[in-house]
Write a protein that binds this ligand. Structure first.
Ligand SMILES: C[S@@+](CC[C@H](N)C(=O)[O-])C[C@H]1O[C@@H](n2cnc3c(N)ncnc32)[C@H](O)[C@@H]1O
Length: 264
């Protein structure tokens, strides 16, 4: 297989990540903050036309994950969204965002980590960090091993306005999340405003038409302002999330006339 074209350590990309350090850390500046599962559902329900929580619980039941599932919400506190799945679903949950912990009954564990323990024994950890920074993943790796996360969600809403839209950078983040995901794990992403929709559509087509053991269900709004996906990393899935390859991407850009915003 061709080298994943999206990964690069270029200086330019490092500079883009550095600019994120001045991003909004004050939670009061967000219209949506620590939203409910129902609110996330206003987006994710569209993918399968059923309540996304029901879809996930059904998936966990079929895969014997109830009470053992691990979930991470990137770009959010993840407190309310996972609580509304009910008791006996998750063993451990995480919320990763830039700052502003805003939940009650928060404690510090014996390693000084901010957390909350629920009546059913679920532990929810709050990780303050930038999703584009390696240090954030180092911190997460201390708590979850690679390939052990059953559900990843990301709904940045206004937060995506502060994320560089470079598809190479975003793909490298997606790659990290994919590697954290367990076999049979699910990723629900709201990619609103983050990436060129025609490139994304081409990539989804590429993934679904190959035997990678990965299936992506998607929903896109015609005005192209909404692009929601659910990625299922099946039992037979590849260990790495495939990029389209340099040639295919170059051909895509040539045919579509879209100007790439990264070096390919
Ligand atoms: C509008 S709020 C949405 C929060 C939550 N997902 C929800 O739907 O209620 C945007 C969130 O994105 C987070 N965010 C923005 N850029 C981020 C980044 N680079 N790394 C981590 N979190 C980020 C902010 O800290 C904030 O929590």
């Amino acid at each position: 297989m061709e080298k994943n074209i999206f990964w690069s350590n270029s200086q330019e990309r490092k500079e883009q990540i550095k600019t994120v350090s001045h991003y909004t850390k004050d939670f009061s500046s967000w219209v949506f903050y620590d939203s409910s599962a129902e609110s996330y559902g206003n987006d994710f329900d569209k993918i399968f036309s059923i309540y996304w929580v029901e879809y996930i619980i059904d998936h966990f039941q079929k895969n014997n994950k109830m009470g053992r599932a691990v979930a991470i919400d990137f770009g959010g506190q993840g407190d309310k969204v996972f609580s509304e799945f009910g008791e006996g679903v998750f063993k451990r949950t995480f919320g990763v965002c830039l700052g502003g912990v805003q939940f009650d009954k928060i404690i510090k564990d014996n390693c000084g980590r901010l957390m909350k323990v629920y009546p059913d024994g679920r532990k929810h950890y709050f990780v303050q960090g930038n999703i584009l920074n390696k240090t954030t993943y180092n911190e997460l790796n201390n708590k979850v091993s690679r390939g052990s996360v059953d559900l990843i969600t990301c709904r940045l809403v206004g937060g995506c306005l502060e994320i560089p839209t470079d598809p190479c950078l975003l793909m490298s983040v997606a790659q990290k999340w994919y590697e954290m995901l367990s076999f049979d794990g699910l990723m629900f992403l709201d990619l609103y405003g983050l990436i060129d929709v025609s490139l994304l559509t081409e990539w989804v087509k590429f993934i679904n038409s190959n035997d990678f053991g990965i299936h992506i269900a998607q929903w896109k709004y015609l005005t192209q302002w909404k692009y929601l996906i659910c990625l299922h990393k099946q039992k037979t899935a590849l260990k790495k999330l495939p990029g389209m390859g340099r040639k295919r991407t170059a051909d895509f850009y040539k045919k579509s006339g879209v100007r790439p915003n990264c070096n390919i």
